[in-house]
Design a protein around this ligand. Structure first.
Ligand code: HPA
Ligand code: ZN
Length: 335
């Protein structure tokens, strides 16, 4: 049972693992499909968001991407992402976008970037939600396309772009192959964060830790390797955990057995995130509530979790301190 008394929806939060394309509202998918003459494989747009594995999920992700064509489309989804983030109490978000899904369909990176950044700027002006972005390469495409995209990423506005990462399936992907990508990104002054150990083994996490990534996305299977767990704790490498996503995609059978609780007990730096809120119809506030229920957490735990998201973010130190203060004062005034 949940022990909390604070309003977890209004509690100021930072989110470090959320995909732009995973925030697209079902109604927006339907509107854009109509506008661009795209036939959806479902009658009800919400039916797109039903799956039981990462592979099914990625197929739906591809369908959503297929309706995104113009800068105005990317503006709309980025703006709506800010509105929905505000409704979940998110003050600051580091958000992935996945150009591989768009470039492959002939949509230029400038179309994605210009629309997305304008939407995030307008969204920030109207909602107060601050977003910075991380460019994710498509891991199954391999090192060559990743290095080519990195060259382009180097030229993007660093006021918006914090770093680069990699997502999509782990099956059949050699994570060690991305070590040169991580090294080159770091040399270019970009942060790095990679999806691994989600539906793949701890060995994939070890590969990315060896490569020198700044953060691990998911890392759900970390505890299968005790030495690696020790190393992640000792080196303070944060995990961006998404428990509901892991349950929905059948990576973990139920929330109560998700390693999130154990990570915290062991001192693994970990944040709580929604991954793809539209796809799971479950935003970050829902995630906080569900985790509080599953692990019998009280107010102190939930404040700790909110503060961890801020501490593990790539915000400048003074802005991290300001957001942490906002969280503490929210609690102090007993909202
Ligand atoms: N894992 C892999 N690929 C993804 C994810 C994820 O969590 N979300 C969007 N693309
Ligand atoms: Zn993800």
């Amino acid at each position: 049972m949940r022990q909390t008394t604070i309003d977890l929806r209004s509690l100021p939060k930072a989110e470090l693992h959320c995909h732009l394309e995973g925030t697209v509202r079902p109604g927006t998918v339907a509107d854009l499909a109509l506008a661009h003459g795209v036939r959806l494989p479902v009658v009800e747009p919400t039916d797109l968001y039903a799956y039981t594995s990462l592979a099914d999920f990625l197929a739906a992700f591809g369908v959503v991407c297929s309706v995104l064509r113009t800068p105005a489309d990317f503006h709309r989804i980025a703006y709506e992402a800010c509105q929905d983030a505000a409704a979940a109490g998110i003050r600051y978000r580091e958000m992935f976008f996945s150009p591989g899904f768009h470039l492959g369909r002939g949509v230029e990176l400038s179309t994605v970037w210009d629309g997305m950044i304008a939407g995030l700027a307008d969204g920030e002006a109207d909602t107060g939600v601050v977003t910075r972005v991380i460019l994710d390469i498509d891991k199954p495409a391999g090192l060559g396309p990743a290095m080519a995209l990195l060259e382009v990423a180097k030229g993007l506005d660093r006021d918006w772009l914090l770093g680069v990462g990699g997502d999509s399936t782990e099956r059949g992907v050699d994570h060690r192959a991305f070590a040169p990508f991580v090294a080159a990104a770091r040399k270019a002054g970009l942060r790095t964060s990679f999806h691994c150990g989600e539906d793949g083994p701890a060995a994939n996490i070890a590969a990315m830790v060896d490569a020198g990534v700044d953060r691990i996305d998911h890392g759900t299977h970390l505890l299968d390797d005790a030495d690696l767990t020790r190393r992640v704790i000792d080196e303070g490498i944060p995990l961006t955990s998404c428990p509901t996503s892991n349950v929905e995609l059948d990576v973990v059978p139920e929330l109560a057995t998700h390693p999130f609780g154990r990570f915290r007990e062991l001192g693994v730096p970990v944040s709580l995130n929604s991954d793809d809120p539209a796809f799971f119809q479950f935003d970050l506030a829902d995630e906080y509530e569900r985790v509080a229920d599953a692990f019998d957490y009280g107010d102190d735990d939930m404040i700790d979790i909110a503060l961890a998201g801020v501490a593990q973010s790539w915000l400048p130190a003074d802005e991290r301190a300001d957001l942490a203060t906002e969280i503490r004062s929210f609690v102090a005034v007993g909202v």
